[in-house]
Every structure is written in structure tokens, then in C-alpha cells.
Design a protein around this ligand. Structure first.
Ligand code: DAH
Length: 339
């Protein structure tokens, strides 16, 4: 038995030494210590050993097993270290390689234009306020002096959620909300998204943005409107910009006007950009209609005010000389990168 054990030990240690990788090592382990392994078989035959010899033989078997296990452990660690070594070498990061370029985004032209508008009006003492995009018919039309059968409702058709809730067609809808809430003086601008039943083309979109302005105080006159909007135009398009007011009709202002600015490309001489007119239309405006004031609980005998509405995309398109509004919505990085 002793020789048999010695021989097994010697063979086992040799096999362990010669195994080439972790798999081979495992095979060796199973063949010796496994359920049907050689050493296990010897252990099974212990029952044939004379009772008095058993402790001695048992101790010998244990010694052999320990020696084999120790050798297995050492070999296994060596293999694992080698595997780790290879892995580390192959996964090493070369910190001297040039880094991947980070694609850095920037503001969308609409946002740039909006920030510009905000900067100008905040500088003039205005507060920036928000209004809901899903709006009551009342605020979008009725409170703006546009009753149920008014033809202006036709031009501003929109998506109706119920009979009296709709996607707002104009940021003018915030006017009554602000007037109902706050006591004059009021001096606010309200930017936001609006919706119309318009087909997409170079100058139309079913969803676009406006910035509404509203000023209510004692003794506000048309000259305040002119002075404010002229200042706005100069700040936005350059000091030498001139403005022109053409009479127009909006149901919620009286008198109403559209404001043109001198073309900032040709300075009024006429060019392709202004369609040879020398002027470019940029906004609608007017003195707040007494009906609108009254409906929102403001006494038109005591207070007057003016309002204006600017299309944000229009400003962005003009400022960047973009000739198709669709480009602003297509999210083509090659286009947006330019601004
Ligand atoms: N809401 C108008 C539109 O969408 C623009 C506008 C015109 C707003 C005159 C005003 C205003 O506040 O006074 O066409």
C-alpha cells in the first residue's frame, strides 16, 4: 500500500507539473481526487486494510492528498497569474493615444434668437412669463376680442381637444391670464410654442414659436410702443436700423400695426434678401383694445397699454439669413453646426 501511494504521489506531481493549462490541470485533479479518481479508489479499498493499520494508512493517504492538493494549488495560481498577465497586456490603455473627439453641442438658432430677445426686453425692465400651450378657447380667442363667429378664428384654425380646449394659436393667449392675475403696471414678454392648421413649406409650420409682449400702465401711448419697438429693432439688427409702422387689423388691439425694419443686408436700398423692398416685416403690434382690458378686469379709463407679437423663427431666419424654415426643425447636424 505504501509503495502504491508513493508511486501515485510521484506520478500525480509529475502530471501536475507537466499540465499545460488550467483545463489540463483540472483533468489531472479529477483523475486523481475526483469521485472515480485514483486516490479516491485507494481510499475506498481502506476497508480491506487490517483494522490496526488503518490509522497509519489513513495518515499516509492524507499526506499524499495534501501534497497533491498543495501542488495543484501552486500550479493553478501560476496559470491564473499568467492569464491575468496576458489579459492586462492586451487590455492596457495607451494614454498617449489621441483621445476621441467629443462632439460638443450648442444652442439651436431658435434658442439663440430667444435668448437675444429675452436679453433685450429684460434690459428694458420686462419680466419673462410662461403660458400653457394647451389653452382654453376663452384665452386664445374670446378674451382677445375674437368672439365665436369672428373671421379671425378661421385664419387661426387649430387642433381642438374639446369644444373649449385647444392648442393655442398665438402667445397673445397669455395677455388675459396676466391681466387677470396682476395689477398694472404690467411689463412682460412671454415666449412659447404655438400651433396652426398650416401645411409645411419654406415659411410655414403647424408648430412654431412666438414671443408676446404686453405693457399696461397709466398714460401708455402709441409713442411708447414706437419707442420701445424701435429700440428693440436697433438692438437686434444694428444701430442704424429704421422702423416703419403700417396700419393693420388685429381684433385685440386698436389701433393696430405691423412693424417693418430696414433690411439689414442692403440698409434699405433693396436686395434679393428683402425682395427689393428695402423693408422686412417683423411683428404685429397695437394699443390694447379697451374691450380686452375690460374683460380682464382693468379699467380702460384708468389704464392703457400696448402689445406686440414676434415670430421667433422669423427672427432666427433673418438673423442667420436662412431661407427655409424647415431647416430649423430637421435636426440635421451638418446644418445646425454652422451657427
Ligand atoms: N397674435 C398675433 C398673431 O399671431 C400677433 C400679434 C399682433 C400679437 C398684434 C400682438 C399684437 O400682441 O398686438 O398673428
Amino acid at each position: 500500500m505504501k509503495e502504491q501511494l508513493e508511486q501515485l504521489k510521484a506520478q500525480a506531481l509529475k502530471k501536475i507539473e507537466e499540465s499545460k493549462d488550467l483545463n489540463a490541470l483540472n483533468d489531472v485533479r479529477v483523475s486523481i481526487l475526483g469521485k472515480k479518481g485514483e486516490l479516491t479508489n485507494i481510499l475506498k479499498s481502506m476497508k480491506d486494510v487490517a483494522k490496526e493499520d488503518r490509522p497509519k494508512v489513513g495518515a499516509m493517504v492524507n499526506d499524499v492528498r495534501e501534497a497533491i492538493e498543495e501542488k495543484l494549488r501552486i500550479r493553478k495560481e501560476a496559470f491564473e497569474a499568467a492569464v491575468l498577465e496576458v489579459k492586462m497586456a492586451s487590455e492596457a490603455i495607451d494614454v498617449t493615444l489621441p483621445a476621441k473627439k467629443q462632439a460638443e453641442g450648442h444652442n439651436h438658432p431658435n434658442t439663440v434668437a430667444l435668448n437675444e430677445l429675452k436679453r433685450i426686453f429684460i434690459g428694458l425692465g420686462y419680466e419673462v412669463v410662461d403660458g400653457p400651450e394647451i389653452e382654453y378657447d376663452y384665452y386664445n380667442f374670446e378674451a382677445l376680442n375674437i368672439p365665436a363667429n369672428h373671421p379671425a378664428k378661421d385664419e387661426q384654425d387649430t387642433f381642438y381637444i374639446t369644444d373649449n380646449i385647444l392648442l393655442r394659436t398665438q402667445t397673445s393667449s397669455v395677455q388675459a391670464r396676466i391681466m387677470e392675475k396682476g395689477k398694472p403696471p404690467i411689463r412682460v414678454v412671454s415666449p412659447g410654442r404655438v400651433f396652426r392648421a398650416d401645411e409645411v413649406d419654406a415659411t410655414h409650420s403647424p408648430s412654431f414659436h412666438q414671443v408676446e409682449g404686453l405693457v399696461i400702465d397709466k398714460n401708455i401711448t402709441f409713442s411708447d410702443l414706437k419707442g420701445t419697438l424701435a429700440q428693440f429693432a436697433r438692438d437686434l439688427f444694428g444701430e442704424d436700423t429704421k422702423v416703419k409702422f403700417r396700419p393693420h387689423h388685429f381684433p385685440f388691439t386698436e389701433p393696430s400695426a405691423e412693424m417693418d425694419v430696414t433690411c439689414f443686408k442692403c440698409h434699405g436700398k433693396g436686395c434679393r434678401f428683402c425682395k427689393n423692398e428695402g423693408w422686412i416685416e417683423i411683428l404685429g403690434c397695437g394699443m390694447v383694445h379697451p374691450n380686452v382690458l375690460r374683460m380682464s378686469g382693468i379699467d380702460p379709463e384708468e389704464y392703457t397699454g400696448f402689445a406686440f407679437g414676434v415670430g421667433l423663427e422669423r427672427i432666427a431666419l433673418l438673423k442667420y439669413e436662412i431661407d427655409d424654415m424647415r431647416l430649423l426643425y430637421e435636426n440635421d447636424a451638418r446644418f445646425l453646426k454652422q451657427f
